[in-house]
Design a protein around this ligand. Structure first.
Ligand code: ZN
Length: 308
């Protein structure tokens, strides 16, 4: 009998948009397992060389959960995968995804990543795998895998807060200037929107709306993938109790466990560059209803699937 498809909830969007936090909380739902940025990590030799630890705190090469799964992907295949998921390859991937079968050159990469997800599902018994690799090109590649049922959760965050977050050193993550961050914010968000053409389901969620009502947003995101959203009883208001998770890459906050607070910590921190950020992001700020500034929820959790 043919293997059932793996249900994958892929979190897309630009970096520092709260994707690590969202993935962690989704991974606490019954039947869901968070693998962090596995799709990205498996094909990112520089990141592997930097020895970014697993969420359990061990080096990936020492983590019993990941060690063999990562080693199973030969370095030359990892290199080929890395070349395919570059953002500038998005257009050719989109063209390639028009047919009923994945083009031959992508098949070994797709088989390798599907095999990793299958092992995760078999070992954990989960119904849904949550991958927060963010990169829309990576998600597009995964949409070509015949063994994967791709669901996309596109997370956006106010660009002022994204710029402020990248300006601050955080653990093993580098800082980046506003100009570069704004370019990423544009490209990652616009290309993530195109994933609605290829995914089984696509949802848009503003991080700020998630912070206002985390439990409702989590359950809505989960309900797109499973018939009945599991309880989010590990969440009380803005406080969550989380366990250790074996997650690859992502924000160093993943190393904390126990009680964590959900907040939008960089609010109002854009400083003197804010006029430049407004000028360069205005069309998308209008699209995502960040500008003009308003108070209170704009996109309620119940409207996260609306097209805006
Ligand atoms: Zn681990």
């Amino acid at each position: 009998m043919e293997n059932p498809k793996i249900k994958l909830l892929y979190i897309a969007g630009s970096g520092r948009s709260g994707t690590t936090m969202l993935a962690r909380l989704l991974g606490e739902l019954d039947g869901f397992v968070n693998v962090g940025e596995a799709a990205r990590y498996l094909f990112d030799a520089p990141m592997q060389a930097r020895q970014v630890p697993c969420g359990c705190g061990r080096a990936v090469s020492q983590c019993a959960f990941w060690k063999e799964k990562v080693q199973a992907i030969a370095p030359e295949l990892a290199e080929r995968g890395a070349a395919v998921v570059r953002m500038r390859k998005f257009a050719s991937l989109l063209m390639a995804s028009g047919g009923t079968n994945a083009p031959k050159q992508y098949r070994p990469i797709l088989e390798a990543v599907t095999a990793v997800y299958r092992k995760v599902a078999a070992e954990t018994g989960c119904k849904v795998i949550v991958d927060s690799s963010k990169n829309p090109a990576n998600a597009l590649l995964l949409s070509l895998a015949s063994g994967i049922d791709l669901h996309v959760l596109h997370v956006v965050r106010n660009p002022h807060n994204v710029v402020a977050s990248w300006a601050r050193k955080k653990g093993y993550l580098a800082t980046h200037p506003a100009k570069k961050v704004v370019a990423w914010w544009w490209s990652y968000n616009l290309l993530s929107e195109l994933l609605r053409l290829k995914a089984q389901s696509y949802q848009l969620l503003r991080y700020e709306d998630f912070v206002r009502d985390p439990a409702a947003c989590l359950q809505r995101a989960a309900a797109a993938v499973v018939d009945l959203a599991p309880s989010a009883d590990f969440l009380v208001g803005s406080e969550a109790t989380v366990r250790m998770q074996h997650v690859l890459a992502g924000n160093p906050d993943k190393l904390d466990s126990g009680k964590i607070r959900i907040s939008d910590g960089n609010g109002g921190a854009a400083g003197s560059r804010s006029w430049a950020v407004n000028l360069t992001t205005l069309p998308l700020q209008l699209r995502y209803k960040y500008w003009p500034a308003t108070r209170g929820p704009i996109l309620r959790p119940t409207s996260t699937t609306s097209s805006i």
